[in-house]
Design a protein around this ligand. Structure first.
Ligand code: MN
Length: 129
């Protein structure tokens, strides 16, 4: 397995508590992290920083996470970066909505602290194969 230390994860999340938890868990898991609190900032950082993976909150102020994902997938500069949705809703149909927007998968909030970093590692290995 490729070491996580070579991997960077951009977290796009407007809730400071969720951001802190996600970043802490990713860093304990060995990832480097980048942070953005809005979709616009996240898109800018995706283009300039080229993260290994993007965790995208679906509920953001202004442009929402699914629209941001569509824009990232339309842009040849960022289309190949896997996007995982972070969604508060665990409702039927949400998986389809995230996949239709171009997300590789989704993680439901509240974040499961025991499995979160490992889930990101698994998404990254799935993307490579
Ligand atoms: Mn949010």
């Amino acid at each position: 397995m490729v070491e996580n230390s070579a991997k960077s994860v951009l977290v796009v999340e407007d809730n400071p508590a969720n951001m802190e938890l996600a970043v802490d868990l990713l860093e304990v898991g060995g990832f480097r992290t980048l942070q953005a609190a809005t979709a616009e900032e996240g898109i800018h950082m995706a283009r300039t920083e080229r993260p290994s993976l993007i965790l995208m909150d679906t509920g953001l102020p202004g442009m929402d996470g699914l629209q941001a994902t569509r824009l990232l997938k339309q842009d040849p500069q960022t289309a190949s970066i896997p996007v995982i949705a972070l969604t508060a809703q665990a409702m039927e149909g949400d998986r389809e909505k995230t996949l239709a927007a171009g997300c590789l998968g989704y993680i439901t909030k509240p974040i499961d602290t025991r499995t979160f970093a490992q889930t990101i590692t698994l998404f990254l290995s799935a993307q490579r194969s």
